[in-house]
Design a binder for this molecule. Sequence first.
Ligand SMILES: Cc1cc2nc3c(=O)[nH]c(=O)nc-3n(C[C@H](O)[C@H](O)[C@H](O)COP(=O)(O)OP(=O)(O)OC[C@H]3O[C@@H](n4cnc5c(N)ncnc54)[C@H](O)[C@@H]3O)c2cc1C
Length: 268
Amino acid sequence: MDLPNLTEVRRPTSRSQLGLSAAVVPLAGGTWLYSEPQPHLTGLVDLTALGWSPWEARPDGGLSIAATCTIAQLVAIPASAARRATPLVRQSAESLLQSFKVWNTATVGGNIATALAAGALIGLGGALDAELVVWTPDGGERRQRVADFVLGERRTTALPGEVIRSIEVAPGPLDAVTAFRRIALTPLGRAGTVLAARRDPDGAVVLCVTGGTTRPEVLRFAAPPTADLLRAAVERIGTWFTDAHGAADWRRAMTLRLAEEIRQELAA
Ligand SMILES: Cc1cc2nc3c(=O)[nH]c(=O)nc-3n(C[C@H](O)[C@H](O)[C@H](O)COP(=O)(O)OP(=O)(O)OC[C@H]3O[C@@H](n4cnc5c(N)ncnc54)[C@H](O)[C@@H]3O)c2cc1C
């Protein structure tokens, strides 16, 4: 897709050269930006020129994933760093409906910033309580959980000039047992609902529902929930939506069924 209103595409080598605004926005993999018209944009700033390391093991045992880490680089993080969350990382990445090109160029930050309901890495971040480090235009930074950053379909808390620098995962969630379910109307269809969950060593359970809801819905339980408790929590979700990839009532029903499967799996 040509973007005829662009007058500049810059490749900064330092933060001070970012110069972002409402009309001059970050370019990461470009897989979404170049997939549809962007009449409101006059410039792109290619974050990949900043040369961020795709990921780093933190001194505390956590994981710092650069916003520019591609999906291919994400799934290549060794199990020594991603530990017990390793299968959830791959399952979430594979739930993104994509081509070989998207796999190798789409970035974690771009997926979260795009804030699609089917945002595969939003569910991963929600289940792991990952926190975004967001650079603010005044030279500072703010931190916010992925699940709180995404407000709705194509809506986030990001203000003009802000850029996601990294996605931080604390060591605790990396040591949790995880489970994942996804369903679509067709074998290669966009997700109807996606469930990513973890059970911490102390028994606490976190379940993040995306795909069928307009925003990530995070359900928390201090101890493994009973079937009734879990069902009641899923039934309280009020953000189901209908589109070509599924009706709201079907998405809700499938989520109830898959959540119960996850409950039993995590209890085993
Ligand atoms: C064939 C195809 C299939 C797809 N399937 C899915 C799917 O199943 N699920 C899904 O969620 N998405 C899907 N997408 C869209 C998906 O969001 C993007 O493909 C990808 O994840 C976006 O990452 P990117 O690095 O290419 O972002 P870009 O296209 O470069 O940018 C996307 C948006 O994020 C902003 N942005 C990028 N990086 C940052 C940053 N660090 N800080 C702040 N803002 C930033 C950009 O300014 C832009 O607004 C699909 C796209 C294609 C082409």
